[in-house]
Ligand binder design. Structure first.
Ligand code: 5GP
Ligand code: ZN
Length: 114
């Protein structure tokens, strides 16, 4: 297991504002929000990135999707809409090597993304 920032958040070694969780996943507030609402949904087990997901993770992926919707409902951005982003690898702009889905809302999003 690499020394992983998000594994340390899950272990409670680094504080984070937890928003919601389920059996396999946790959602917490991003420390550097890019929108009025910016949460991260992550698996409790270490998965390095989107590309590392496999068939054994089908339930995990479903739970991540459910947790996105739970977060959107809890933070009041479901009616107005929101964006889910996963940055994969260098060109994707991934900076933390533990899979995470960004949930961004509370303002209108531009397209195409930068
Ligand atoms: P990435 O660039 O890998 O797609 O996204 C990593 C995200 O993790 C960034 O949005 C960044 O602000 C967030 N982040 C980095 N360190 C911490 C931290 O210690 N706590 C929290 N809550 N978020 C973090
Ligand atoms: Zn990790």
């Amino acid at each position: 297991m690499p020394d992983c920032l998000f594994c340390r958040i899950i272990a409670g070694e680094i504080p984070a504002t937890i928003i919601a969780s389920n059996a396999h996943c946790v959602a917490f507030a991003d420390i550097n929000p890019q929108a009025p609402v910016h949460a991260l949904v992550i698996p409790k087990k270490h998965v390095s990135g989107f590309i590392d997901l496999g068939p054994e993770d089908d339930i995990l992926i479903a739970q991540m999707a459910h947790l996105v919707n739970d977060v959107a409902g809890k933070l009041g951005i479901a009616p107005s809409g929101f964006r889910v982003v996963c940055n994969q690898g260098v060109n994707g702009g991934q900076t933390v090597g533990h899979l995470h889905w960004h949930v961004l809302g509370g303002r209108s999003m531009g397209w195409p993304p930068g």
